[in-house]
Design a protein around this ligand. Structure first.
Ligand SMILES: NC(=O)c1ccc[n+]([C@@H]2O[C@H](COP(=O)([O-])OP(=O)(O)OC[C@H]3O[C@@H](n4cnc5c(N)ncnc54)[C@H](O)[C@@H]3O)[C@@H](O)[C@H]2O)c1
Length: 319
């Protein structure tokens, strides 16, 4: 009998919320695996998908979740992100490295068709070109980047050694309703979210500070497109993705085109500007475009407009 359900690890998180919605809208079945029982986003999805509570670092819980749910594809999005990864390197190692190992082992032993992995531009360290080639050297300076890079290599190894169909993408910071972190890129989502809620927001970088962003619905679509891509056309197991590069002023202008009364001002913080400045402006996504047709669908104005609609449809989350 053909296996057909999708397991999304970190299933109650931000990206997973949009991925689950997309898969469900496409008529697929979804199982959400997460260490928490609920999240601010989960109300919008848990009635349409099965939720399995478990810890990625626990082999038995991972194995049972895959074995008991007729899983054909694992979207492995569960992870410990900054700042927690830097405050607790051991937690980052246990969840991000051992968790990926557990997922790959379960996929191997149980014959799962594919494992799709969202990695990050944080796997590249300092010294890379501003436009980062797909195969640029990776020397990440923090634990998050180290663990995500290790997961990339584990996936490649499981593909070449055991034929586990591992595929991944490296993402830039993400714009979209439902982020709750305070990473250095947070001013982007906060500026849109607070404006959509009719509240003032002070941007903590310079007007000219530039950052690469992907709209979250493009990320979800990209993960699904990569899963469906013809394996014969894939020349890599991990692909850079790129959407938009924009200054903070360009983001503010885009918000004001949709909400002219938005109360946005600037109070630059030099440390945050330095941290954002360390991120590459752009990932070279030529190979993803060529091999499996990656192409972002949302322009800046479309992304901001859709983000505002999502906030207004989910106001209770932000009251
Ligand atoms: N948000 C971004 O800007 C961004 C950029 C690049 C890559 N990514 C990657 O995308 C993936 C999803 O990120 P997100 O932004 O949705 O993060 P998120 O924090 O919203 O979601 C992560 C989820 O993982 C869960 N989780 C944490 N520890 C777990 C454990 N031990 N067992 C099971 N689940 C556990 C959390 O409860 C959470 O629901 C991550 O792998 C991240 O590295 C995110």
């Amino acid at each position: 009998m053909e296996k057909k359900k999708n397991l999304i690890t970190g299933g109650l998180g931000f990206i997973s919320y949009y991925l689950a919605r997309l898969l469900l809208d496409e008529g697929e079945e979804v199982v959400l695996f997460d260490v928490v029982a609920q999240s601010r986003l989960s109300k919008g999805i848990s009635d349409r998908a099965k939720v399995v509570r478990g810890d990625l670092s626990n082999w038995v819980q991972v194995f049972d979740a895959v074995k008991d749910n007729d899983i054909g594809c694992i979207y492995h999005a569960g992870a410990v992100l900054p700042p927690v990864s830097e405050q607790s390197p051991s937690a980052a190692y246990a969840v991000n490295v051992n968790g990926t190992f557990n997922i790959l082992e379960a996929a191997r032993l149980l014959g799962v068709d594919s494992v799709i992995y969202p990695s990050t531009l944080a796997t590249f360290g300092p010294g890379v070109p501003r436009v980062v080639p797909n195969d640029a050297p990776q020397h990440p300076p923090n634990m998050y980047g180290v663990t995500k890079l290790c997961s990339e290599r584990l996936g490649e190894y499981y593909y070449s050694r055991f034929g586990v169909n591992f595929r991944g993408v490296r993402l830039t910071p993400i714009l979209g309703m439902g982020r709750f972190d305070r990473a250095q890129s947070a001013y982007n989502y906060l500026a849109v979210q607070e404006s959509a809620m009719g509240r003032p927001y002070t941007v903590y970088v310079d007007r000219s500070t530039t950052i690469a962003l992907l709209y979250v619905k493009d990320v979800a679509r990209g993960l699904l497109d990569l899963k469906r891509a013809d394996n014969a056309k894939l020349t890599r197991r991990i692909y850079n993705l790129y959407g938009l590069s924009l200054t903070a002023q360009e983001l503010v202008d885009a918000i004001r085109r949709q909400i002219p009364e938005a109360q946005l001002d600037f109070k630059p913080d030099q440390e945050m500007i330095r941290l954002v400045g360390n991120l590459p402006d752009r990932l070279d996504d030529t190979l993803a475009r060529r091999d499996w047709g990656w192409s972002p669908r949302y322009s800046l104005d479309q992304a901001v407009g859709d983000f505002i609609e999502e906030v207004r449809a989910n106001r209770a989350i932000f009251e």
